[in-house]
Design a protein around this ligand. Structure first.
Ligand code: ADP
Ligand code: ASP
Ligand code: MG
Length: 438
């Protein structure tokens, strides 16, 4: 039995819906489908989810949001009428337009993109429609309640032979709608796969698998055939946005493989994500991913290594400012805190003052607008010559490395470089490991 999640670009217009129907029909084992909201049809297009958030923001301001809502309305009506679907999409749209200004957060508005697409896909397939507001649960503090969700999703879905369940949202104990973070339909797909004890979780998108680097940075990167859950977690957390970074948890628990597939090239095998992959990756590494938008605070103090509780006091300052840090590479007399630039911007004065008060350092230096790049591969840390190849490539490309963190997971080496050097650095690492022969 297969659970199939379809991303926004896979359901962006009526032609894409027909491709999805063809995929679902071609294998009766595909019993549960999770749609996202309509995505972009071309580079300059809008994602429905973005437009829905915009409507909420305008309504809260308060400003006129009817024009933006009109764009949303047209998209859905066009899909429904081109497919000849007999559902009251206008009535649903009217109700949503009325309710948007009454909701305190943007979650309700945003969730309606998936909700409406779910109704359309269920009508097209003539499958049952299951609303995640009846079976995907969040706790009062907003965190996802996985066990309650698991029980209710199992109960509601397994009693149906074929069903469509929209991605991205669920419900709070007070009855209000809550969404996962952006890209969260991948998480819903994984939840459904676990709840129905699927043999496979297919994730249908607009690329033929997980690539060794972001195709927007490296031209035509090589595909990854097989990858482990742990490698995937590292790559998606570090910016390979093809799959939501939290989507592996439900399926990992149950050992269900994920298959990334391309809706526009349905015969392509894509990428398989497994508990344990076969053999070593071809290039010695599995992939490269990175993100901009980090800051690095370097704290220096002579004899720091001998000072009892120094690390704890630094982290106390970070915690008091409500910041969660990303990495914490340390030297003998230096300690670096890597954090999101946004978090630093919000708490800069207080954070630096508290670090001074609590640790009395010799100096504090802040590097802003940095990028982190992770080079990931199972067992790579144990292979000889990997680090020298990595740093050789960066130095040849004249990229200055500000921070190095060789993760204790033995899975990756992370470097911090200036945001301006990000693309250049990723391409240099790609050429050194994946383009070049071993
Ligand atoms: P969907 O709407 O189907 O969920 P997303 O836009 O969330 O699709 O994810 C697919 C996109 O992820 C691709 O179009 C690609 O631009 C981007 N991407 C970034 N890194 C990678 C990578 N390593 N492999 C494949 N795609 C990647
Ligand atoms: N539609 C939502 C978003 O754009 C969720 C998703 O696509 O997975 O973030
Ligand atoms: Mg996505």
């Amino acid at each position: 039995m297969i659970v199939a999640k379809f991303g926004g670009s896979s359901l962006s217009d009526s032609d894409q819906f027909l491709k999805v129907r063809q995929i679902l029909r071609s294998d009766p084992a595909r019993r549960y489908a999770i749609p996202s909201a309509p995505g972009r049809r071309h580079a300059a297009d809008h994602k429905i989810t973005d437009l829905l958030y915009k409507c909420h923001d305008l309504a809260a301001y308060p400003r006129e949001y009817a024009k933006v809502f009109g764009e949303i309305r047209d998209r859905y009506i066009n899909i429904a009428s081109a497919l000849g679907l007999d559902i009251d999409i206008r009535g649903k749209l009217d109700e949503i337009e009325r309710r948007i200004p009454l909701e305190p957060t943007g979650d309700y508005a945003a969730s309606r993109g998936e909700y409406l697409n779910g109704l359309l896909l269920a009508a097209l397939m003539k499958w049952d429609f299951v609303d995640p507001s009846d079976c995907v649960w969040f706790r009062e503090d907003g965190t996802f309640d996985s066990e309650r969700t698991h029980l209710d999703c199992s109960r509601l879905l397994l009693s149906r032979e074929y069903a469509v369940i929209p991605g991205f949202y669920g419900r709070m104990p007070d009855g209000s709608i809550r969404t996962f973070s952006r890209g969260g339909s991948d998480v819903t797909g994984a939840i459904v796969a676990r709840a129905t004890d699927a043999d496979l979780y297919e994730n249908w998108t607009d690329v033929s698998g997980f690539l060794t680097a972001d195709p927007r940075v490296v031209e035509n990167p090589r595909r990854i055939e097989q990858i482990t859950y742990r490698e995937l977690r590292e790559l998606s957390y570090m910016g390979a946005t093809v799959l939501h970074e939290d989507a592996i948890f439900p399926v990992r628990k149950a050992g269900i493989p994920i298959n990334i597939r391309n809706t526009n090239e349905p015969d392509h095998p894509g990428t398989l994500i497994l508990p344990h992959a076969q053999g070593e990756p071809l290039a010695g590494i599995t992939g490269i991913a990175g993100r901009k938008g980090f800051a690095i605070i370097v704290i220096e103090k002579a004899m720091m290594n001998a000072e009892l509780g120094f690390g704890r006091r630094v982290l106390q300052a970070v915690e008091e400012c409500g910041i969660s840090f990303e990495h914490l590479p340390t030297g003998i007399d230096t300690m670096c805190i890597v954090l999101h630039q946004e978090a630093l911007d919000k708490a800069r004065g207080r954070l630096i003052t508290r670090i001074y008060e609590l640790t009395e350092p010799d100096s504090i230096e802040i590097h802003e607008d940095m990028a982190l790049i992770a080079t990931v591969g199972r067992g790579m840390v144990r292979q000889r010559g990997m680090a020298s190849r990595l740093f050789g490539a960066l130095s040849e490309a004249r990229v200055n490395v500000r921070m190095i963190d060789q993760g204790s997971s033995e899975l990756n080496i992370i470097v911090g470089v200036s945001g301006q050097d990000f693309e250049k650095a990723v391409r240099a690492i790609y050429s050194a490991f994946i383009d070049a022969p071993r």
